[in-house]
Design a protein. Structure first.
Length: 510
């Protein structure tokens, strides 16, 4: 049999950046211009649905034998081609001045600027993923491959300003204001207020309060035809008559295809952020930073919850229109009184602004460094503790606790040992992940409390400065060649299946 090339990806990038920088009448001014384009092309050998059907009906390819003639295999294959293109243009003008006026703590600084951005993106699948059918609909002719596509563009204008105000020798206030306007999502004005207070030499307190604005992505507003699957749909309308009531939830699970489309009328997400922390350095060799953070997001963009759609099927015609069911089975309905709906086939789950997200946590960064005659030795330990992770994807529903699941671990730790000289450096980092429940959503468990234990991965890296213009970097990922634990929910290893691997990078500056 001829060799199959299952997947081949090609990427081309054309970035170009330029600008002018100078000083005029005490002001530092800077302009920047960026033009870039990225192209991606993905080719793969795939199976054609109509050719498979033809082989079954007319003979030729035999699925029951270990090896078929190459001539029969080639009849089933097709070389698919998927193309993507992204273009970006940005222009920015900004000015800064470090001595706008003088306060008790020193000179006040100011920065302000204007920016413009235009972006466009397209994702074009192979024509065989969208074949016109006799009934006027489109269907993919490639086995296990949908016809998702996207194409869109937009422009963004922004104006911003920031003040640094040293009101006293040991107190500084930062104040900023930014306005962004998206051609497809409207505008938003967002302030920021921060402070830094150093009561004694070895302690600094700091904090910020700000609002942020996140416009929907081009994919969220323009994507069409993407598919996914939900394996945990509870269809009460069928489960009840069939005898799978609340006392038998495991048996009332259906797997349904989800069709995900973009929504051009999506609103931006808005977030309120708070931080408070401290920096401690009792001696030169030892330092620590401890920062608390909290953010609350409204109008988070989510795909409409399939279970919510189903629960409101008989209450809201708009929800019923999003459900595709198979034809009713009269014989089965006669056997089970009350059964009056066909089996679920698929849902349409468009993007909507229904989500809420509340997250808080603490970041701790501990450092030790000691200089020697030949170089500097460092120890660093970084830990993120998540205190709260609540979210909802249903309109007007209270956020549910999601902490401790596959996507929301309670903590993560990175411990690094390193040594560096002016010419070379080497470091080893151990990343440890918290144990989690084997659930995508701990508020709606499906695996009856199964837990995935804590695990660690080690990475070794180093670099050598061969000259002023040449640097060589090398490393080994997963140094101990360990596989992460297996997730039943994901049906895969949580840390992937890549064992020990090495890489080398060479950087040359002209």
């Amino acid at each position: 049999m001829s060799k199959l090339e299952s997947l081949k990806r090609e990427y081309l990038n054309y970035p170009d950046t330029g600008g002018v920088r100078g000083t005029v009448a005490g002001w530092d001014a800077e302009t920047a211009l960026t033009i870039s384009e990225s192209k991606a092309n993905e080719k793969s050998d795939v199976l054609l649905v109509d050719k498979i059907d033809e082989a079954y009906q007319k003979g030729g390819y035999n699925p029951w034998i270990a090896s078929n003639p190459d001539s029969e295999v080639q009849k089933l294959l097709y070389r698919s081609n998927r193309e993507g293109d992204a273009r970006l243009f940005t222009a920015e003008v900004k000015a800064t001045r470090a001595d706008l006026f003088t306060l008790a703590g020193g000179d006040a600084g100011i920065a302000f600027g204007l920016s413009y951005m235009h972006e466009s993106a397209s994702d074009t699948p192979d024509a065989m993923t969208k074949v016109l059918q006799a009934n006027g609909t489109f269907k993919s002719n490639i086995e296990n491959q949908g016809s998702s596509e996207a194409a869109g563009s937009r422009s963004v204008k922004a104006i911003y300003g920031e003040l640094a105000l040293p009101v006293l020798k040991n107190i500084e206030i930062q104040a900023a204001l930014r306005y962004d306007h998206y051609s497809d999502a409207g505008g938003s004005l967002n302030p920021k207020l921060g402070f830094a207070y150093q009561p004694i030499d070895w302690l600094k307190l700091r904090g910020t309060a700000t609002t942020t604005f996140k416009a929907p992505t081009l994919q969220q507003t323009n994507m069409r035809g993407a598919t996914a699957y939900n394996n945990n749909i509870n269809d009460v309308a069928r489960c009840g008559p069939l005898g799978y009531g609340p006392d038998k939830p495991i048996k009332c699970k259906y797997s349904a295809k989800l069709y995900v489309d973009g929504a051009p009328d999506l609103k931006p997400e808005t977030t309120t952020n708070y931080t408070f922390g401290m920096v401690l350095q009792p001696i030169e060799q030892v330092s620590a930073t401890i920062d608390w953070y909290s953010f609350a997001t409204k109008d988070a963009i989510e795909t409409l919850n399939a279970q919510y759609i189903l629960d409101n099927e008989d209450k809201d015609p708009a929800m019923a229109a999003l459900i595709e069911r198979a034809a009713r089975n009269p014989a089965l309905e006669a056997q089970y009184p009350g059964l009056n709906k066909g089996r679920i086939v698929a849902f349409k789950t468009p993007f909507v602004n229904v989500g809420q997200l509340n997250v808080s946590g603490i970041d701790v960064d501990l450092r030790f460094k000691q200089a020697f005659e030949i170089g500097k030795f460092t120890l660093r330990n970084q830990t993120n503790f998540v205190l709260t992770n609540e979210s909802s994807d249903i309109a007007d529903a209270a956020p549910l606790d999601k902490l401790g699941g596959l996507y929301t671990p309670k903590w993560r730790n990175v411990f690094t040992v390193g040594f560096e000289t002016p010419v070379w450096d080497i470091s080893a980092a151990t990343t440890t992940y918290a144990s989690v429940l084997d659930e995508g959503d701990v508020a709606k468990p499906t695996n009856e409390g199964r837990e995935i234990g804590s695990y660690s991965m080690v990475r070794l890296s180093g670099s050598y400065k061969a000259s002023k213009t040449l640097r060589i970097t090398a490393g080994i990922d997963n140094l101990l060649d360990r596989a992460g634990p297996f997730s039943v929910y994901l049906n895969e290893y949580v840390a992937g299946t890549t064992g020990r691997s090495a890489y080398v990078n060479v950087t040359y500056k002209f």
